[in-house]
Write a new protein. Structure first.
Length: 445
């Protein structure tokens, strides 16, 4: 009854109903485009490309594109070039004074940074497009097909691929403005969810057909473990340590201002999925080097096996290290202490200035350690699941970037929907409290 009433409440809010409808329409357009094959490509000759994207980092890229990468679609490059450009601009904002100044300029600065991100996205697309087409030619040839990749053909298809990715970016912006929000992250979410039914069905049928007995029981155990991992990911995304801040009263004329106590929410996982992305990018280097070598034994061979102990231990340690690194450059205790001092605030029992900076830094160090360890465990869970006998596609949903994005975007979307309901005096989605998103409101990246 509660769920039915919630649906009725959502449907009765005209603005929310319109936003959900627009979002669904844009998602349908995106999913339709994922199956529009590049001109001149025979879909029947893509079997080698699909095998190439069935494992490792290529599988992750194909998942983020909703299968468009392996389908040689006009959306094959997906939204990842934009994500890469966003990460680069974000990092530049931490080290270059000019970008830091734009970040402090408010809306005008944000618009400038968005424009630079678009320019960098186009540049990345012009580099990635020919690389994708050369690999596509090789994979089609391996499958016994043929495709002409002359200069003008590559130039034309690169423009088509770039236009496809920019169109996806435009869809994401429309979801932000006219839909439920989190546009880019929501598109990535749709790409991930699109792979779930097929992976779920493959795992279900393999357990029923290939198990000597008790296959259904094993499948139910896998589902229970998956739900437990999802619950852990929710705690990782939502986990915070609240630091109390007391604001002293200020007297202006005959009026008093301030005096209230507020809280600074320090996130357990302030780095989000960025440590996993950085670690995956570095771990992809041995795979690239192995492509130029015929000897895959020794350490190089171990680092190319993403299901081996050596690979996952190094991968885990790198995620822990990158979590500390990214947290250090994004969470700035000195800036937080300065803002508190400027607003006549202080942490009870801690002197303003340097002691406050040291106190906040010590808290971040303590809460980042368990967060980084749990993030590393979540990252290697797909490999553990695969080694334990799960289907490769289904194992990807047991952790890693895909699970964190899945959980984070769903929580943020539910929080936005709940905000619309509460603003119009309806009950929220939960009776025992409001849904907590990732507090930043800026999507996954």
């Amino acid at each position: 009854m509660g769920f039915t009433q919630t649906i009725k409440n959502i449907w009765s809010v005209e603005d929310l109903r319109h936003r959900i409808g627009v979002t669904l329409l844009l998602v349908i357009i995106y999913r339709f485009g994922c199956y529009v094959v590049l001109p001149g490509i025979n879909p029947d000759s893509l079997s080698a490309l699909q095998n190439f994207t069935s494992d490792g980092l290529m599988q992750l890229l194909d998942m983020f594109s909703g299968g468009a990468f392996s389908q040689a679609s006009v959306f094959a490059l997906g939204i990842m070039p934009y994500i890469t450009a966003s990460i680069v601009i974000q990092l530049l904002g931490m080290v270059l004074p000019a970008f830091q100044k734009m970040q402090r300029e408010g809306e005008s600065g944000r618009m400038k940074l968005n424009q630079y991100t678009r320019y960098l996205t186009v540049l990345i697309l012009l580099l990635q497009g020919p690389a994708y087409l050369m690999n596509l030619q090789y994979q089609v040839k391996a499958a016994g097909g043929y495709v002409d990749m002359g200069f003008w053909t590559v130039a034309f298809m690169t423009i088509v691929l770039a236009a496809g990715s920019m169109f996806i970016m435009w869809l994401g912006e429309r979801i932000d403005q006219k839909g439920v929000g989190n546009g880019i992250s929501f598109i990535i979410l749709i790409g991930i969810i699109a792979r779930l039914p097929e992976a779920f069905f493959q795992e279900f049928t393999s357990r029923l057909l290939n198990s000597a007995g008790g296959g259904l029981v094993l499948f139910l155990v896998e589902i229970v473990i998956l739900l437990a991992v999802i619950a852990g990911a929710v705690l990782l995304v939502q986990g915070t340590r609240k630091v109390p801040v007391q604001y002293a009263k200020k007297v202006v004329g005959n009026k008093q201002y301030g005096g209230a106590r507020q809280y600074i929410p320090l996130k357990v996982n302030a780095a989000g999925v960025m440590p996993i992305i950085f670690a995956q990018a570095i771990m992809f280097i041995p795979v690239t080097l192995a492509g130029f070598s015929t000897d895959h034994s020794g350490l190089l061979g171990s680092l190319t096996n993403m299901y081996g102990w050596t690979y996952n231990i190094i991968y885990f340690l790198m995620i822990v290290a990158f979590t500390y690194f990214y947290t250090a450059i994004t969470v700035r205790p000195a800036q937080m202490a300065e803002d508190m001092k400027r607003n006549n605030g202080f942490i009870p029992g801690v002197k303003p200035g340097k002691p406050t900076v040291e106190y906040l830094d010590s808290i971040m160090s303590r809460i980042t350690l368990p967060g980084s360890i749990f993030l590393g465990i979540v990252a290697v869970m797909p490999s553990i699941a695969y080694v334990c006998g799960l289907n490769r596609s289904f194992a990807q949903f047991f952790g890693g970037t895909s699970l964190l994005i899945l959980v984070g975007v769903i929580l943020d979307t539910l929080r936005i929907v709940e905000g619309h309901l509460l603003m119009r005096h309806y009950d929220g989605l939960m009776k025992d409290g409001r849904i907590q998103g990732r507090t930043t409101g800026k999507g996954v990246f």
